[in-house]
Design a protein around this ligand. Sequence first.
Ligand code: IMP
Ligand code: MG
Length: 182
Amino acid sequence: MDPAMDSATVTPLLTEEQIRLGLERLARELTREYQNDEPCLVACLRGSLVFAADLIRRMPIPLRIDFLHASSYGAGTVSSGTVELRLLPEPDEVRARRVILLDDILDSGRTLHAARLKLESVGAREIRTCVFLEKRIEREFEKKADYRCFEIGDEFVVGYGLDYAGRYRNLPYLGILKQDAR
Ligand code: IMP
Ligand code: MG
């Protein structure tokens, strides 16, 4: 993407190089933990698409991948409070396995909580959460992710899979969306 196209609306927060280093550290940790288990990574669409694709290619162990489509935000920057689960993982991929539940960001925790309940109901052996970003805020559900790439403040960020009203997911770095762009 031409940097001039987003420099007016996005303030850079994490560069591509910083993201790469964070991913490598996280992938090493997961590889060590799951090397003998053939885990199933369940990626929450659409936001964790980029994160999941980059992470699995750094995990040289047997693993499986499936998806879940969760949405809560509509077109704004504040969660609507209800989580809609649409596409669900194949029960056979999840049942009796160690599951790594991936999402782009842990904000209110409602999305991961709803996804966790669904995976439990299908019979996952263990569920751990893994997010690209964790917002440093108090939350009622899913207080902490089991694994995270980065912690950030309470800002609305875009890029690296994260969107605002459907845009910016293809930005290769992470940035804060400026107030007047909302
Ligand atoms: P939660 O259910 O409130 O934890 O929100 C999780 C979902 O909201 C994520 O999967 C994102 O799609 C979206 N979200 C939360 N914070 C942000 C943000 O700062 N930028 C873009 N999307 C966000
Ligand atoms: Mg989103």
